[in-house]
Design a protein around this ligand. Structure first.
Ligand SMILES: [Zn+2]
Length: 616
């Protein structure tokens, strides 16, 4: 057995000096195609084609380098790196049906070490793909690379590759965006395309650090005298909660029995819209004065916590999102750190936040309180977000265990929220709740995933409601007027205006008409949203659910090309060999207008934050 394995390994990886040039060329083309397949489908044929061209020039050089002692180790390193690069795209494609983009990169940079291990367990392809690809390349290079080296093809393709990258650099200089470094733009169409996304995310993270050094001065901040010092305002930010699956919103299963029972004490917004389908983009936008059109980390200092601080509030940010607020530096912790008390609650489930809330309420503080509870809610995998003893829909013979677990997690969140209500009753207090974003649900596989590069409306549909009973924390903000707007769309990136109005805060840059309490309030007609790549779109233009999303850009282009060719071949003129004199007769190739059409247009720049202009 052991001997057999050794023979196999030797057969696969032994270096051969006899290989022909032809075998080397075929190996290099195979590897280049394998490496470029996912970008060809998910980035479109043009961008994917540039990546393929780079790979076709690079691989002969790498395979030949294995037979040159000086170049062997650098080539091995590069091959391993290209395997990792590929795996990011394969994982995004297989698990999210999306390309790897800014939000995924930011999320992975923000992921703690224990979370990374959990991710590897959840996405075994992240380990299998780089390892498998590397071993394949090594084996092909050892066996067939010698011919390339002998014919000096390796060196020549290497030089051609360097020239090609220089041409891309010149192209990026000409057509790239000013807001993104040149090297990143070039990398995005190189054989290491995901390195561009990752370094872009890294660059964005680094850039905000200096900008967050100072406190933003809102200017002319005042607090309504009607808000007494014992008032408690609680903002709960939920996680990955799909509005459609709350019985509060008419779902057939009783996922929110406690909220249902308190329906009269709530103002329930029927059509709230998240600004992005990912936490890393959505939470910064709902907690700061930026919106999808102006989003840039440099404006996150103008956030709700700083505003409440300047209005004389005692602020607390209690998070169950796993990252240590005090030491980690992400866009969200940057906002959370502004709070007078910022704590990460390291319990197994969200109910740990209730003890933290008890402590917060018991603290002797000056001024009214704003307490943010950041839940982990229904984050995938939902089955891990609530205790096994509270399984309700999920049973050993569940037919759709993923939906059952997801619904259970919503039911658990409902229970946690009831705990918050009970702690606040008898005080002048209120709760404003919203989920950061929803999720896509694929009814065919029953999978629940974050929205990707071609999101439907589903991950933007979120629950949003306000609760107060008995004594309102701000007597001037009753529920009647708010209720009159509850059936209209509401963009959660306008939350700071709604929340500051609720808190009785005025400031010089305030836009009071964006609060539904204002007489001049008008719901927005269109709702800008970002996708996972940071591209701007409008909610109204998106397909309604997961199955109605368009194909990946490359797959769509390929389908159109096949259709056009088939049609051409089927034309009678073509068949009889006559020139096509009459046109306008044949039906046009499928020209469905899909919402992603303009956003999938090719640009030489990587997915980038949409604009750099300050919100007025
Ligand atoms: Zn989230």
């Amino acid at each position: 057995m052991k001997g057999l394995l050794q023979r196999l390994v030797r057969r696969l990886f032994a270096r051969s000096d006899q290989a022909s040039k032809r075998a080397g060329v075929i190996s290099a083309i195979t590897l280049a195609l394998l490496a470029s397949l996912v970008p060809l489908i998910y980035h479109g044929l043009l961008e994917g084609g540039l990546i393929l061209l780079g790979n076709l020039l690079l691989w002969p050089c790498l395979l030949a380098a294995l037979h040159r002692p000086r170049w062997r180790w650098p080539a091995l390193g590069l091959m391993a790196a290209l395997g990792v690069n590929l795996s990011a795209s394969v994982v995004s494609a297989v698990y999210y049906d999306s390309r790897y983009g800014l939000a995924f990169a930011l999320s992975s940079l923000d992921t703690s070490r224990s979370e990374s291990m959990a991710m590897l367990f959840k996405f075994p392809l992240a380990l299998i793909v780089p390892l498998g690809f590397f071993l394949l390349a090594l084996s092909l290079g050892n066996r067939f690379g010698a011919g390339l080296a002998r014919a000096r093809l390796g060196g020549r393709s290497g030089i051609a590759f360097v020239l090609w990258m220089l041409m891309l650099l010149a192209g990026s200089w000409q057509w790239g965006r000013a807001s993104v470094p040149l090297a990143i733009t070039t990398l995005s169409v190189s054989p290491g395309w995901n390195l561009a996304t990752t370094s872009h995310a890294w660059w964005e993270k680094e850039r905000y650090k200096a900008l967050m050094a100072d406190d933003y001065d809102f200017g002319g901040v005042s607090r309504s005298p009607e808000v007494s010092d014992d008032a408690v305002f609680v903002l709960i930010i939920g996680e990955s909660q799909r509005r459609d699956q709350l019985s509060l919103y008419g779902y057939s299963r009783a996922t929110t029995p406690n909220l249902d029972a308190r329906r009269d004490e709530l103002v329930v917004f029927d059509q709230a819209i998240a600004p992005a389908p990912q936490t890393v983009l959505a939470v910064p936008m709902l907690a700061s004065l930026t919106d999808p059109r102006t989003f840039s980390p440099r404006y996150l200092d103008a956030n709700l916590i700083s505003l409440a601080n300047q209005a004389g509030y005692h602020t607390e940010w209690l998070s169950r999102q796993g990252l240590d607020i005090t030491s980690e530096r992400t866009w969200i912790t940057a906002i959370a750190q502004r709070a007078d008390v910022a704590r990460t609650i390291m319990t197994d489930y969200d109910d740990g936040l209730l003890d933290a809330l008890d402590e917060a309420l018991a603290r002797e503080v000056e001024g009214p309180r704003l307490i943010v509870l950041h839940l982990y809610g229904s984050h995938p995998p939902a089955s891990l977000q609530y205790p096994d003893s509270l399984r309700y829909f999920l049973t050993p013979d569940s037919r759709s265990p993923l939906t059952d677990a997801y619904d259970d997690s919503i039911r658990f969140t409902d229970q946690v929220i009831e705990g918050v209500f009970q702690r606040l009753e008898g005080r002048p207090a209120g709760v404003l709740y919203l989920s950061d974003h929803g999720l896509e649900h694929d009814p065919l596989s029953d999978a629940y995933v974050h929205g990707g590069d071609r999101p439907s409306q589903a991950p933007y549909r979120i629950p949003l409601w306000l609760w107060q009973t008995g004594q309102a924390p701000n007597p001037a903000r009753e529920l009647t007027r708010l209720r009159s707007h509850a059936d209209e769309p509401f963009a959660s990136f306008d939350l700071p205006y709604l929340a500051s109005d609720w808190l009785g805060i005025r400031f010089s840059g305030d836009k009071p008409c964006l609060s539904p309490w204002a007489v001049c309030y008008q719901p927005r007609g269109r709702h800008p949203v970002l996708d996972q790549l940071g591209r701007l779109n409008f909610y109204e233009a998106l397909p309604s659910d997961f199955l109605s999303r368009p194909l990946a850009p490359g797959a769509e282009e390929l389908e159109e090309a096949v259709e056009a060719t088939t049609e051409l071949l089927e034309r009678p003129e073509f068949m009889s060999g006559q020139g096509a004199k009459r046109d306008g007769q044949a039906p046009q190739p499928d020209s469905r207008v899909t919402p992603s059409e303009d956003s999938s247009a090719f640009t030489l720049s990587p997915a980038s934050l949409p604009s750099e202009t300050l919100k007025d």
